[in-house]
Design a protein around this ligand. Structure first.
Ligand SMILES: *Cc1c(COP(=O)(O)O)cnc(C)c1O
Length: 397
């Protein structure tokens, strides 16, 4: 058998090793606390499930959907976007339905990166950005997310010749894995940078609605000039507990929407119409329902922060968005992979090692607040028993 070089150039999938160990531990009867995956544990809201029941009973939803999404879906998207961010988009030309934002991030990178083109990517980051760049024959150029910069890339550090070769820059706030948020001023800076070097900005806004303490996350389109250069991916996965449904949307620059759609029409056949109809119900979710859902994460965050402080972690400011905590590993461990293995073997806790999100993720690990409070408390008891403590604050890498 011979396989394509592009597959062989992919970095090894670190999570696969962890997952193998997790399965083995479960087989041994270990009571695993899985804080690894960022997958909501709460069910999809009932009014959305009900809408799906109705939609699937209608046989007109059973055939191929329109490539770009049902007109009523795109119109619901643009209405939601206007209400949420006060930004109007043309439902026909500036909006497209997605089978979740993951495929769209890949397909959009595929649509914008030629062999040898540079993609400016954050690190640590959602692994798809880098993988898809490599699959497209592109060259990832990493802009580190550092604690001292509030996990926001320092664009002034990108060399001129690299910026000139770059075709896209990827940004994403509220951020996975760091849980950080970005001010509108950061988007202003990104847009100015993109205009200077003729770069397309891809904004991954999967967590725009998962926020706490009164914080409201912006869209890049609230910054001036974004429409000239940007596309933004949104997902129903996290907001409405719909990860398995596979539905999202992108809005933004007409030309970028067109390029993404051109790739997509050639390789997928759109989102199941019944799911798009259910999505209409999702867009009409009362604010209180989302607030209540977020309050579950918020409570868990507070339990986790309390537990971490008891174990000696220094938590400067609890996260305002996403359901992740991004933390330095205890000094008694050399690498994030060692720590993740130790957590699994000694405590029965699954956490991804930071290095799985990029080289600048080394020395960190991520906790997903997608297990209930009691289990989070139990996790900290187990860590305490094993002496997994953090006595002094790590110097920032
Ligand atoms: C979850 C996630 C996505 C993708 O979610 P989909 O289910 O594919 O819509 C995209 N980006 C980030 C950063 C995520 O965490």
């Amino acid at each position: 058998m011979k396989f394509a070089k592009r597959v062989e150039t992919l970095p090894p999938y670190l999570f696969a090793e962890i997952d193998k160990k997790r399965q083995a531990a479960i087989a041994r009867g270990v009571d695993i606390i899985n804080m690894g995956i960022g997958d909501p544990d709460q069910p999809t809201f009932k009014h959305i499930v009900d809408a799906m029941h109705t939609a699937i009973d209608d046989p007109t939803t059973h055939n191929y959907p329109p490539y770009h999404g049902l007109k009523e879906f795109r119109e619901a998207v643009t209405k939601w976007f206007d209400e949420r961010f006060s930004q109007k988009f043309d439902a026909d030309k500036e909006c497209v339905s997605l089978i979740g934002s993951k495929e769209a991030i890949h397909n959009c990178i595929f649509a914008t990166i030629d062999k040898g083109d540079v993609a400016l990517l954050p690190d640590p980051a959602y692994p798809v950005y880098k993988t898809s760049t490599l699959l497209s024959g592109g060259v990832p150029y990493v802009t580190p997310l550092l604690e001292k910069n509030n996990w926001i890339p320092d664009l002034t550090k990108i060399p001129n010749d690299i910026a000139q070769k770059a075709n896209i820059i990827m940004v994403g706030y509220p951020n996975n894995p760091t849980g950080s948020v970005a001010p509108l001023a950061f988007y202003d800076e990104v847009i100015a940078f993109a205009k200077k070097y003729d770069i397309i900005v891809l904004s991954d806004n999967a967590y725009s609605e998962i926020t706490f303490d009164g914080y409201v996350a912006p869209s890049i389109f609230q910054a001036k000039g974004a429409r000239d250069v940007a596309l933004e991916f949104h997902s129903l996965s996290k907001t409405y507990n719909m990860t398995g449904w596979r539905v999202g949307f992108a809005v933004g620059n007409e030309k970028v929407v067109k390029a993404l759609s051109t790739v997509k029409t050639n390789i997928d056949s759109g989102v199941f119409k019944a799911i798009q109809r259910a999505a209409l119900a999702a867009f009409n979710t009362p604010k209180e329902v989302i607030k209540k859902n977020n309050s579950i994460y918020c409570e868990r965050r507070d339990v986790a922060v309390k537990g971490l402080i008891e174990l000696g972690w220094e938590i400067k400011e609890p996260i305002k968005g996403t359901f992740y905590l991004w933390l330095p590993i205890p000094p008694s461990f050399k690498t994030s992979t060692d720590f993740a293995s130790g957590m699994l073997d000694k405590c029965g806790i699954v956490v991804p090692p930071g290095v799985g999100y990029g080289e600048y993720g080394e020395g960190y690990f991520r906790i997903a607040l997608t297990v209930d409070k009691k289990r989070i408390e139990e996790a900290f008891q187990r860590m305490k028993k094993e002496g997994f403590v953090f006595k002094q604050h790590c110097s920032v890498k």
